[in-house]
Design a binder for this molecule. Sequence first.
Ligand SMILES: [Zn+2]
Length: 425
Amino acid sequence: MSLLAPASSKRVLSDLRELRKLTEDARGAQRVAWGPAWRKARDWFVKKAEKEAGLKVTRDSAGNLWATLPGKTKTSVIVGSHLDSVPGGGWLDGCLGVMAGLEVMRRYAALGEPPPVTLHLVDWADEEGARFGRSLMGSAASAGTLNAKAELSHLTDRAGVKLPDALNENGIRLDQMKKAHREFLALRAAAYLELHIEQGPVLESMKKDVGVVLGTMGVERHQLRFSGQAAHSGAAPLHLRQDAFLAAAAFAIACRELGVALSGKTPRTRVVATCGVVKVEPNFVTAVPGAAEISIDMRALDARVLAKMLAGAKRAAAIAARKYRVSVSMSPLITITPRIFDPTLTGFVKQSVKAAAGSAPELPSGPLHDASEMAGVVPTAMVFAQSSPGISHTRIENSPEPALDRAIRAFLGAVDRTVQHVAQR
Ligand SMILES: [Zn+2]
């Protein structure tokens, strides 16, 4: 095989800056899926893929874009991420993986002969779910886990636009979306690799530029309702109250303690628990709350630990209810099983991260990614670039340039190792 050009981040960084200029306003990135800025970003991307790597770009039945470089065999390696953003989002979330994927294609296209395996670069449609609330839409359709009719046909955005109409506007038909899974299977994918920013503070706190992602955490999300008795804040003595909010507050603190107790010392074994929504009734200053609704979102990479957390939260709710003489009911909102990435590909990622950044720290992803869907149908691995500040879904999302440079080169190296591995099978 002819020689690949050395891995470089230069073109990826300049592409990212160009895209930022094209699709950002004073509040941040506005590439919300199915809207005009997103289409603009995609048109720009398609032209670039055609012109700079000679790729053929097609769209599948779920709206995902596929740029293909045919190889010596039809067996394929897929790279990619998503160009869509939340409203007022950052310049790297999703775009980093797509533009690094384009660099993969440019390097292999420059060989002057077909690559050893076929390469696909994918831009997943509607990863964020920012407008209609269903995230990972395109990748779930490809993975065969999306029931489009049941899950999507009733969704509307804040302006009242129905999702099927927004899809139609983009040439996608809801009743055809299930075809995307068969289209995906026809790609004969042997591996999926994604580069993404961490979106959290872990790598920064470890002073590491690049991380090896072990998988995406499982999620247990539930809604609880504590029911007591509303009463006058002056007339009701403390010992005679049935204060539903105090029970909810005790539950929230118990969940935090549960998370601390079940967390190990390494990123792999850390768990999180969050009470993000609290509503009390009747909700005025002179009333003892008669009812309190509270949400709990728990995440862990290890399914057994996640099950322990759920059991612990149920116990904590019962104890809090008894203490404050109220009743409690708990209803599930969402359950997602942990997705552990492929050990062989993760090994390649580890070697490449070590080569590009000196060491290869391992961590799970708390957020879900398109890679979570892919992990169910094809061997999958992921690389994280440090976020600094360690936040995302905001205009100030950022990564230092040295971290981006090392992460991009690590990703390109991991793809090379994967291509060699798949070609030799
Ligand atoms: Zn993302």
